[in-house]
Design a protein around this ligand. Sequence first.
Ligand SMILES: [Zn+2]
Length: 124
Amino acid sequence: MAGLRPTRQRVALAEILFGGAHRHVSAEELLAEANSAKVNVSLATIYNTLHQFRAAGLLREVAVDASRSYFDTDTSDHHHFYLEDEQRVIDIPASAIVIQNLPEPPTGMMVTHVDVVVRVRKGQ
Ligand SMILES: [Zn+2]
């Protein structure tokens, strides 16, 4: 698994994360799913594992604010709506947003990607 030692907990969490369709999950949601699948794991281990999977390129982190991140099993280029009322993230296809007039990156640097999070809530 991408250079990570396949501990029993990692394998169990990988099965929960990658066993179905692409999705976005918070650490707390993954902990609840692990508990209901009888995987005995702490929130600290969940965080460590999510960040290890992200560092290995298996997950993409979508930070909606300083205290809340979602982990996306789809690492391809795309953007997100953040549904504030539901505290949920859904995809926006990369082709739906045109990014223009990006500033030149600082000397010696290149742009790796641009993440757009469009925050929405119920209302007119
Ligand atoms: Zn996504």
